[in-house]
Design a binder for this molecule. Structure first.
Ligand code: FES
Ligand code: FES
Length: 168
């Protein structure tokens, strides 16, 4: 079975050592997904696998045979940005933009986790079934995605405006 990347079936490379990140960037020239540390520490390479956020630098492409991968290139529809992409623009959620694809994919995966009621380090009541994405919750749940430009305040505001207690 092929990997389905942004809706397009793609054969896995025969070399089992190829990471999902290198498959995307170097073999498919899909450079939206960024390589920061290449060792699981920065979150720049975050993509979605069947809706779950994963670090593509730590994933072997062959492990995802038959799975559905979404990268930042797969979020917009024609010329219309995904609402979270638009919010990043409106809330100054980036400066250089290098961490941004990972931040956005991670946030979408994070929201799915919160919608399932998954607790995090700042969850006061573990029995709570509904997670309200306060700014504190967003900061904690997004703590695996670093921004060397220090755009974290704008990132949190963009996520809160789209999904959190700041959403209309
Ligand atoms: S490049 Fe994957 S976590 Fe940094
Ligand atoms: S916007 Fe530059 S690293 Fe985040």
């Amino acid at each position: 079975m092929p990997i389905v990347i942004n809706g397009v079936a793609t054969e896995v490379p025969p070399d089992p050592r190829v990471s999902l990140l290198d498959l995307l960037r170097e073999r498919l020239t899909m450079t939206g997904t960024k390589k920061g540390c290449n060792q699981g520490a920065c979150g720049a390479c975050t993509v979605l696998a069947d809706g779950e956020r994963i670090l593509s630098c730590l994933a072997l492409a062959v492990q995802y045979d038959g799975r559905r991968i979404t990268t930042v290139e797969g979020l917009s529809e024609n010329d219309t940005l995904h609402p979270l992409q638009q919010a990043f623009v409106e809330h100054d959620g980036f400066q250089c933009g290098y961490c941004t694809p990972g931040q956005i994919c991670s946030a979408i995966g994070m929201v799915a986790e919160a919608n399932r009621g998954a607790p995090c380090h700042v969850t006061a009541d573990l029995a709570e079934e509904t997670v309200v994405l306060t700014r504190e919750q967003i900061r904690e749940r997004m703590s695996g995605n670093l921004c060397r430009c220090g755009a974290h305040n704008g990132i949190v505001e963009a996520i809160a405006a789209t999904y959190g207690d700041g959403a209309s």
